[in-house]
Structures are given as structure tokens and as C-alpha cells.
Design a binder for this molecule. Sequence first.
Ligand SMILES: Cc1cc2nc3c(=O)[nH]c(=O)nc-3n(C[C@H](O)[C@H](O)[C@H](O)COP(=O)(O)OP(=O)(O)OC[C@H]3O[C@@H](n4cnc5c(N)ncnc54)[C@H](O)[C@@H]3O)c2cc1C
Length: 368
Amino acid sequence: MTDCLVVGAGSLGLLTALALQARGLSVAVLDQGPGGREASWAGGGILCPLYPWRYADSVNALACRSNRLYPALVERLCTLGGIDPEWTPSGLLILDPDEQETVAAWAARHAQRVEWLLPEAVCQRQAGLAGVESPALWMPDVAQVRNPRLMQSLRTAVDRLGIPVSEYLPATGLHLSDGRVSGVQTPAGLRRAGRVVLCAGAWTARLLEGAGLPAPRIEPVRGQMLRFEAGIGRLNPLLMRGGVYLIPRRDGGIVVGSTLEQAGFDKTITENARDHLREHALALFPELAGLPMTHHWAGLRPGAPSGVPYIGAHPALEGLHINAGHFRNGLVMGPASAELLADLITGATPALDPAPYAFDAHRGDTLL
Ligand SMILES: Cc1cc2nc3c(=O)[nH]c(=O)nc-3n(C[C@H](O)[C@H](O)[C@H](O)COP(=O)(O)OP(=O)(O)OC[C@H]3O[C@@H](n4cnc5c(N)ncnc54)[C@H](O)[C@@H]3O)c2cc1C
């Protein structure tokens, strides 16, 4: 029998599967769709929470730990034959930062490099910006990944390492024996496993509620994004102002994001969101006006209160674990979250204190 069955083949599911296998456990994964095509595909791939000082230290701790793990992870994925996820330390320019003291205190607490730039220096770093009238914050170490490529690369690694992934196979319920979970029900029958790990993103609470179990507070939060074709080198750093960001990809694309909408499990794209994102992006980088906009898409973030994910054992059922609720920061928090859950399952000493991510830990009341 498989030691661990991972439900969900998004970034959290595949990273968790790799981490568990690396600790000697046998693992299988299933997904209700093709795997890797939900939030993990739709996201922006910025490897830093936006305005990170506004987040709890527990979110920053996972983000900082992941950023230490990313270069080796990317190297391993490439060695295993996956396509390059394009991990790039682009640096992030925040044009409307919060007060200096708040930022300085955060930077000191998490050992992050930050630099304040006067408007002239901002315009030297990136030509073509508009409305730059006050000092901006430069975060030189912020990196990005091209997340659809990361997902393809993770999938190649999982396949090459012999971890079976069953696609288009939803977990419809949990199977119990002797008072503990012993697998999941699917339309193709029972899939047995010693442990079940829920990495079902925005769908995690629904699955638990359906099984009559206490569920974490994870709600879908829709995010819409645009892509422009700009040409290589036109934009270099990641840019952020007024909650809208621009991500320069290596191939010259510029991704603009994102909206925060509570619309249930609806991934419809809207004209309003397109106009809002386009307007804000153009106000910051007017050159976009003449460039073709080639894509507009939406994804469902797994929104947990204060953006603090649920990582650890389910309190009501032996053998059931959760790694979900990463909200806006699943790509940056993913590697450290997978490492933490795998350590908790195998009884290894974790690199981070797991208490803030426990099922019953206090996370605050607000989602957005
Ligand atoms: C527009 C947007 C921009 C973002 N930008 C960033 C960013 O710049 N940086 C960052 O770090 N994060 C970003 N995020 C957030 C990040 O994408 C998510 O936090 C992360 O992808 C969550 O990963 P996941 O594996 O938990 O969820 P998902 O990728 O959604 O994967 C969950 C998987 O579970 C499967 N599943 C669900 N229910 C079942 C079931 N019953 N049975 C079987 N399978 C099931 C689904 O099919 C899916 O494949 C962004 C998200 C969006 C939408």
C-alpha cells in the first residue's frame, strides 16, 4: 500500500509529493483535472509577498525559507530533465511603499536587503515610468519564476522519479478504517494509502465539509491577469504600484496582475478587471499602450485568513494532513511548506516552528 496519497497536483501537491518521497516514503498523487492547471498555473510567480511587511511573520518565515531553497530546487528540476522554470532575480521596485520605519523593521527582522531610491534614481533603473514623484523602494533580491514552466518542470520531475499521478480523478470522499483515514474514494473506486495529504487548493474546505469533518477556512479568491508582448529588455525589474504589478518575463512578455475578487468558484474573466489592470499598468508604464495584449486569464487562490496556510495534521482524524490555504503566496511559500509538512509527517525536526500553521492556530478574522 502507498504510504501517502496526495490530493491535488498543483504546486503544493507536487512539491509535497517530492518532499515526502525524498524522505523515503512511497507517494501517489491524484487530481480532479489535468493537474497543475489551477492557481499554480494562473499565478504571477513573484517570489515575495507584495508589501511583505503587511503580512504576519509566519508568512515571511515560509517565504524567506523558500527563497533559500529555490535555487537548488530549480537546479534539481533541470537535472531531472524538466524545462527551465526561469527562476530570475529581477528585483522588485515598489513605487508606493509604506513608511520607512515599518519597512526597515521588517527588513531587519527577516534579513532582507532594501534600498530607498529618489525619483531620478528610479528612472535611471527603469526608463519609461510615469508618475514617479516620491522615493521608491528597491528590493534587489526579489526573484520570480515563470510558474506555468515551474508546473511543467515539477510534473516532469514527479514522472521521472516514478511518482504516479492520476489525472481527471477527483477525491470524492475519505475512506476510514479503525478510526483513521485509509484512503480516498474516487469515481474509479477506493484508493488506499497509509496517509492522505490534502493539497486541494481552493477546494480543500469543500472536500472536508463533504466528508463531514471540521474544515479550515479556505475560500476561493479570484485573480485576473493580463499579458502584453513587449520585446526583450524593455522592462527589467518587477514593478508594483497601487496594488497592480508588472512582471517582465525572459521572452519579452509583461504579465500584469491582479484582481482580488470573491466570486465563488467562478473563473470567468471580466471586462471590468481587464480595464482596471490595463489602466493601472499604463499609468505606470505608458509604453504598454502600443503593445499587443495577448492573454487575459483568471485563477482561484486558496484564500486563508491573513494568508497564513494550513500545514500539518487534521485534528479530528488520524492519518489526514493538510498543506493548503497559501492564498497570494503559494509559489513563494511552496518549497518551505512542503519541507515542513514532510518533516512533520516523518518526525524530523522542522526548520521552522510549525505552530502558526496548525489547524487551530489563530489567524485573524479577515481574508482580504
Ligand atoms: C492571479 C494570481 C496571481 C498569483 N500570483 C502569485 C505570485 O506572484 N506569487 C505567489 O507566490 N503566488 C501567487 N499566486 C498564488 C498561488 O498561485 C497559489 O497560492 C498557489 O498556486 C496554490 O497552489 P495549490 O497547489 O495549493 O493550489 P492549485 O494550484 O489550485 O492546485 C490545487 C489542485 O487540487 C486539485 N483538486 C481540488 N480538489 C480536488 C479533489 N477533490 N480531488 C482531486 N484533486 C483536486 C485541483 O484540480 C488543483 O489542480 C497567485 C494566484 C493567482 C490566481
